[in-house]
Design a protein around this ligand. Structure first.
Ligand code: ADP
Ligand code: MG
Ligand code: MG
Length: 363
């Protein structure tokens, strides 16, 4: 299917299209000729888009392709990427251009061009690599920094960025550069949260606030249909922070420094041990909302060191059942900064128990 699809794209050759002037790539002052865009390899498939590695005038790019059925998701993601100041942040995926054209079958199709992230998403990276403590801190700190920036309302040099809720925070929506720094991506469900106005999707089309992200990462209040809409902006940020806590757990579970003397366990998505690969909404509702269950934190982590105690507390403060008790993304960012600084400290001996001395002294 992919080969056929690529063939079809190439056959379409120099079909006319419109390039959005606002979205010109920063390769010069002139509009980029997207007729020279080549799609080379399928690299990702999400719920809304199909992502290809491509090349544009010898430059490697990623192309997220939306069918006409997903036009709204495309328009929303585009309008978020176009918000002031977003382009300048190091932990937000780098947006280059959009394109909108008519395919051979007469239907519209939509493209978002972005920087290509060679390691793909955090989830696939962690499924084949373990990470050391400082790398893990850097990864999680990067995502948190991106989210804290997204959430904040800013004005700089005459430009105003509204607060934005991501609404689909997951380890598949974080991408890694080759130096393992990371960015938050996939703004298809994001919403601006401006001042006293009700939150709305970046696009003018209405998209229900209840239309939400990936079921596995849904906060208990979303699963229970009890999202507090009186202060919608705060509520939506709290939902993002809940998912961030799960992402910390997935990452640190693969941290080689936390398993001295035993093998690092295989990568698992949050709640994979409990509900496997395709949890239903109802299963998640029972597990997370009714039973208040969370991913299991290895007991050893709590005993080992101030750094690990701080780490487990940070996870738990992010995924608290009580949404209002959760950390803000800004606060989580500060905690992760401290955690990174603690990394040279040696582990305190555990107060009791049979742990041997060779299990100590790592983080
Ligand atoms: P969806 O909205 O359909 O979930 P995403 O934007 O999340 O689409 O992209 C789907 C997947 O494609 C991601 O999880 C990631 O693995 C891969 N991907 C997306 N953008 C890039 C990129 N710029 N570089 C490398 N891989 C990417
Ligand atoms: Mg996605
Ligand atoms: Mg998406």
């Amino acid at each position: 299917v992919v080969a056929l699809f690529l063939g079809y794209r190439m056959m379409r050759g120099k079909q006319k299209h419109s390039l959005w002037a606002q979205d010109q790539m920063e390769t010069g002052n002139t509009a980029v000729d997207l007729d020279h865009l080549k799609l080379l390899e399928l690299i990702g498939r999400g719920r809304y888009g199909t992502v290809f590695r491509g090349s544009l005038n010898e430059r490697c790019v990623a192309v997220k392709l939306f069918t006409s059925a997903n036009r709204q998701n495309f328009a929303n993601e585009r309008s978020i990427y176009r918000l002031p100041l977003l382009k300048q942040h190091d932990n937000i995926a780098r947006f280059l251009a959009t394109d909108e054209r008519t395919a051979a079958d007469g239907r519209a199709e939509f493209l978002i061009l972005m920087e290509y992230y060679p390691h793909g998403c955090l989830s696939s990276y962690l499924s084949v690599h373990t990470v050391d403590w400082s790398t893990c801190c850097r990864l999680t700190h990067g995502v948190t920094r991106g989210l804290a920036f997204l959430h904040s309302e800013l004005s700089r040099a005459g430009q105003c960025k509204p607060g934005v809720a991501h609404r689909d925070v997951s380890s598949r929506n974080v991408l890694l550069r080759s130096d393992l720094s990371c960015v938050l991506a996939d703004f298809g469900l994001s919403m601006t949260l401006t001042g006293s106005q009700p939150p709305r999707p970046g696009d003018d089309d209405t998209m229900a606030i209840s239309e939400v992200g990936t079921v596995r990462y849904m906060a208990p209040e979303v699963l229970g249909g009890a999202l507090d809409l009186r202060d919608c902006a705060a509520a939506l940020k709290q939902v993002d922070v809940y998912a961030l806590g799960l992402l910390y757990w997935e990452s640190f579970r693969r941290c080689s420094h936390l398993y001295t003397g035993e093998a690092v366990p295989e990568y698992q998505l949050a709640f994979q041990a409990e509900l496997g690969h395709n949890p239903s909404f109802e299963e998640m509702q029972i597990l997370v909302n009714r039973n208040k269950s969370r991913p299991r934190i290895p007991e050893a982590w709590r005993l080992l060191s101030p750094a690990l105690r701080s780490l487990t507390e940070t996870m738990e403060d992010c995924w608290d059942q009580d949404a209002e008790a959760r950390l803000t993304a800004q606060c989580a960012e500060e905690r992760l900064c401290e955690l990174t600084l603690l990394h040279n400290h040696r582990i305190d001996p555990p107060p009791v128990g049979p742990a041997s001395s060779q299990d100590l002294g790592v983080v």
